[in-house]
Write a protein that binds this ligand. Sequence first.
Ligand code: NAD
Ligand code: FES
Length: 278
Amino acid sequence: MSKIIRVEKWHDVIYSMWIKAPQIAMKVQPGQFIILMIDEKGERIPLTVADYNREEGWVQVVFQTAGTSTMKLTQMSIGDELFSFVGPLGKPSEIKKYGTVITIGGGTGIACVHPITRALKEAGNKVIAILGARTKELIIMEEEMQEASTELNITTDDGSYMRKGFVTEVLKEILQREKNVRKVWAIGPAIMMKATCAVVKPFGIDVIVSLNAIMVDGTGMCGSCRVTVDGQTKHTCVDGPEFNGHLVDWREFMNRLKRYTELEKLSLKMYEKQCQRK
Ligand code: NAD
Ligand code: FES
């Protein structure tokens, strides 16, 4: 059992939770994720770690309500215990001194890119961060990202805050201006990660993406999270979640992300009906 020690609602659909998990906090590295279960019969929810504190023994996650399980998670409060909180899972980001690097976070992907950005800066890199969301209220962790990066750029699709447009537009400008960018990290919706790869490709720079494949066991046994990278089958939970974005089969990945959409809608409808009856 892992106790929830802090909960914040950042937006109608975005929540952050701090979980007491000393052993995970001690070991976790940027880029890794956890899998939590609300109760014994619950779905396993994989979430990338947004922050952690080794001395205080907590791990922070950020999630967006998308289906029944994340809706149930929003009903939990301080002092409640999660049935399970397993991690750290996946391979850590390759943090070293590259020179100049760019980190991009789209929507709740901003939370995932935060520890990576901070670690890259601590390793001596010049880290140019780009954050993007549909509208001002959906830009999260701005202060933390300001501190974690060397230069922070913010875009909103509707122009309600900072630059109007997608993250890829600012990225293009930065790549034209900065001649020594060594690597790019992009975490967010699949379409954003794919578009980032397309923008970066002509510059001959590597792009690392973090794939949010649908997971079940998280140990490489079930095959749910399989993706094709460079023509080879990989399991996101054990071989990733980070991969070279230029080598990902984006068509397959995006199709596989949609495979439970109808069932998820049905499950959410049933859950909402149950809540109304209570
Ligand atoms: P969103 O659709 O609002 O997009 C966020 C940002 O991505 C946009 O503001 C824009 O700058 C960029 N973007 C979107 N479409 C683009 C396009 N066609 N070309 C270029 N840039 C584009 O995102 P959201 O609704 O906040 O949803 C977050 C998504 O991120 C969810 O689908 C979630 O599953 C995913 N996510 C992924 C990870 C991961 O590990 N990859 C982590 C957290 C969240
Ligand atoms: Fe089952 Fe990755 S989640 S193999």
